[in-house]
Design a protein around this ligand. Structure first.
Ligand code: IFG
Length: 344
């Protein structure tokens, strides 16, 4: 996953990133397209979402957005490298950019200012306003029409400003709208508190109790625990970029885990896949994105594609070291983790 909402990355950057993902057999790119700081995908029936909501980014860095034509270009380019795009519209929290764009979407009819900070959990759609659901129908319809892949991701995380009952009612009213758009619903782990369509997928990212609830309710999951798979976590305390709320994640820690053993009672058949989310609060350029992605991503790809029995850090780090010269030749700004025996 790449967060293009906290900071925006244009089509050319995305294409370079997609080439690097394809080299390590990544086959899905989840784009986090909307958040408090920016709405990055053109919705023709609600043009202000990007005209206004796409203008800025964290720290007042340059904003931006993808026109529907540019989004189609990204989808086609990814497809040519056997990568499926999963678009995420984060709901009902993480919605300040949408609320700032349309006063009428707000319960009190007042639009908040554009937000350039990095707090989370302060925004919520107006759950009891009918216009909210017209808005959602329009957004989901247009997003589904431009997304050939099977999933629409509706976020669902950190809705701290939405009362629990309202959150549950909202997600349960949203789910049929996703189904009507012809897509399968994906969401962050919190959605598992709701009644979900049978083919929904949740992402386990931080609270294992949500993952255990998914096991009980037979909800399929993407396993991406922040303490292992969040690429925006610093490598160590000296890393200049990234965050550390889930701890630091070394190259070894990003490799030496097995999704099946992360959750009590989890069967391999219930795991749709693994994911390596990269949040961009602290990332401004493709070079920053590459620094946090490499060298940790190939190991997570290997976890996705190979049986746990055959994996071992001692053997793996030798193969990883051999990638260094390739990345140098391609001008990839990878982190030369000192513990890896990089080949010169
Ligand atoms: N949690 C938030 C993200 C981002 C992240 C940074 C999820 C699902 C912390 N939600 O991870 O928006 O701020 O590590």
């Amino acid at each position: 996953m790449l967060d293009v909402a906290r900071h925006f990355f244009g089509v050319a950057d995305l294409k370079k990133y997609i080439d690097l993902l394809a080299a390590y057999k990544i086959n899905v790119l989840h784009l986090h397209l909307t958040d408090d700081q920016g709405w990055r995908i053109e919705i023709k029936s609600w043009p202000n979402l990007t005209a206004h909501g796409g203008q800025t980014a964290i720290n007042g860095d340059p904003g931006g957005f993808y026109t529907q034509e540019q989004y189609a270009e990204i989808v086609a380019y990814a497809q040519s490298r056997y990568i499926t795009i999963v678009p995420e519209i984060d709901l009902p929290g993480h919605t300040n950019a949408a609320l700032a764009s349309y006063p009428e979407l707000n319960c009190d009819g007042q639009a908040p200012e554009l937000y350039t900070g990095s707090e989370v959990g302060f925004s919520s759609l107006c759950i009891h306003k009918e216009l909210t659901y017209q808005f959602l129908e329009d957004v989901l319809r247009e997003l589904a029409a431009m997304t050939p892949g099977p999933y629409l991701h509706i976020g669902g995380d950190e809705a701290h400003s939405t009362p629990k009952d309202d959150y549950i009612n909202f997600i349960e009213r949203l789910a049929p709208l996703v189904a009507e758009s012809g897509k399968r619903m994906m969401g962050w782990e919190e959605i598992v508190q709701c009644h979900l369509p049978a083919n929904s997928v949740m992402q386990y990212w931080t609270d294992v109790r949500h993952a255990e609830m998914a096991v009980e309710k037979s909800v399929q999951m993407i396993v991406c625990p922040a303490k292992r798979a969040y690429l925006d976590m610093k490598y160590d305390d000296a890393t200049p970029l990234g965050l550390s709320w889930a701890g630091t994640v070394s190259v070894e820690q990003a490799y030496t885990w097995d999704p099946v053993t992360e959750v009590r009672g989890l069967a391999e058949s219930a795991i749709v896949g693994v994911e390596a989310p990269l949040w961009s609060e602290t990332l401004r350029t493709l070079a920053d994105v590459e620094f946090m992605t490499f060298p940790r991503l190939p190991g997570i790809a290997e976890i996705g594609w190979s049986a746990a029995e055959g994996r071992g850090w001692e053997e793996y780090q030798g193969r990883l070291a051999a990638q260094g010269p390739r990345w140098e030749a391609r001008g990839v700004n990878f982190y030369r983790a000192p513990e890896i025996p990089w080949e010169s």
